[in-house]
Design a protein around this ligand. Structure first.
Ligand code: ADP
Ligand code: MG
Length: 249
């Protein structure tokens, strides 16, 4: 098998209700892919299944990576920021996988964590409690943690939702850097201008796969209209987070 991640007829369900339906395709090793789609489209479910946190109801996810090769940034809503923990300790959580659950965090690891904090623009922030950070600063901390983790596959679930523009552009630079290093990077995004500017590949999903390939092909006006129509069909009331369809550049 190639170094990629192959989804074959993947279906994932909650209480037998499919959230992701019959998705097939391959994330090539070293690719940089955006996942787009309306609210409730199954984007988070798809990411959790790729990293092995959820089991398919049908079909499969195959790859040659091990669990520790995956770095994951959950959607902000799933993170408890009131937890009384320092910036440094939050970053060092990324080192657990390397030191083993009961391993010791050495001086070298501490130095690497400080370096990661500097890379995300938070030099000297180590001792602060995470509860004292802005949303943008906290997202920088989570990126520092991913830097320390040094994962081969990086899965980001809405990394820029409710994040200021300056932080977003700094963190996009880190993502681009990961891509340049040959890592496989996937991010759930809502801003199509960002996707078009920085993500060569896009997977568009509305529970079923609508398109997966080159961004300019996937985000066609026809595909975006189809995604919206499917979202309206499955829930008339839910807020639909899809900008108006517009022609691909
Ligand atoms: P997205 O990330 O695209 O907004 P999700 O993957 O979070 O979509 O959710 C897809 C569908 O699965 C939604 O209808 C959602 O309500 C449902 N869902 C998500 N997580 C759970 C869960 N833990 N239990 C039951 N249903 C869930
Ligand atoms: Mg989600």
């Amino acid at each position: 098998m190639s170094g990629g991640i192959t989804l074959d007829n993947l279906t994932v369900a909650y209480d037998r209700h499919p959230a992701v339906h019959h998705v097939s395709g391959t994330l090539k090793e070293g690719s940089l892919t955006a996942i787009a789609g309306p609210n409730g489209a199954g984007k988070s479910t798809l990411i959790k299944t790729i990293m092995g946190e959820l089991r398919p109801a049908e079909g499969s996810v195959t790859h040659n990576f091990s669990r520790k090769d995956f770095g994951y940034l959950p959607q902000a809503a799933d993170i408890n920021r009131r937890f009384p923990i320092s910036v440094m300790d939050t970053v060092l959580l990324g080192a657990w996988k390397m030191s083993g659950a009961f391993g010791r965090i050495g001086r070298q690891m501490q130095a690497k964590a400080e370096e990661a904090l500097a890379t995300v623009g938070l030099e000297g922030f180590g001792a602060r409690p995470i509860s004292a950070l802005s949303a943008g600063q906290f997202q920088r901390v989570l990126f520092a943690r991913l830097l320390l983790q040094d994962a081969r596959v990086i899965l980001l679930d809405e990394p820029f939702t409710a994040i200021d523009a300056r932080t977003t552009s700094d963190l996009i630079r880190i993502i681009t850097g990961w891509h340049g290093e040959g890592r496989t990077v996937v991010a759930v995004l809502h801003d199509f201008d960002q996707v078009r500017a920085y993500f060569p590949q896009t997977l568009l999903i509305a529970r079923e796969l609508i398109g997966w390939g080159r961004t300019e092909d996937t985000l066609s006006a026809a595909n975006l209209m189809k995604a919206r129509a499917m979202a309206e069909k499955w829930d008339e009331k839910a807020g639909v987070c899809m900008p108006d369809a517009r022609p691909a550049a």
